[in-house]
Design a protein around this ligand. Structure first.
Ligand SMILES: [Mg+2]
Length: 148
């Protein structure tokens, strides 16, 4: 399975208007880490390490960046984003359109499950890319079986 650089936005993606963490954030971060993906946090308004610490999520986060708000690809370098985003989760569609990922609702209901859909989408992307690499491995396995 391909290991992905997953970039989460903060405001209205993970931390909602009332300061509360979106449902399932910790579960999803744990799943991503255990699957070997790397979690980055970025935000248009600054480095959000403190917010992640406050919600005891800092241990899951590899690094923090400032997110480009326009001309997204060109501004990665100038903003010091040294990692290529493979999958972004953002309530702003322009960011998702630029890098690919999941456009999340900026409103979370009390029973919100949208981050579980995000996890599913990330897992699907990781498995999809694995498909191309899988074929030769399977062929080899068949040969081994045949010669036994
Ligand atoms: Mg946002």
């Amino acid at each position: 399975m391909r290991k992905l650089n997953v970039f989460f936005d903060v405001d209205n993606t993970l931390i909602m208007w009332n300061g509360k963490l979106r449902n399932h954030t910790r579960d999803v971060f744990e799943h991503l880490r255990d699957a070997g993906h790397t979690i980055y946090i970025w935000s248009g308004v600054g480095i959000r390490r403190w917010d992640m610490r406050r919600h005891e999520l800092d241990e899951f986060v590899q690094d923090y960046f400032i997110k480009p708000l326009d001309d997204h690809h060109a501004r990665l370098g100038p903003l010091g984003v040294t990692v290529k985003p493979d999958f972004v989760i953002d309530d702003h569609k322009t960011v998702v359109d630029a890098f690919g990922g999941y456009h999340i609702s900026d409103v979370a209901k009390p029973d919100d499950r949208e981050l579980l859909d995000v996890l599913e989408a990330i897992e699907a992307m990781a498995a999809e890319d694995f498909g191309d690499l899988e074929t030769p491995i399977l062929d080899e396995a068949v040969e081994v079986d045949g010669s036994a």
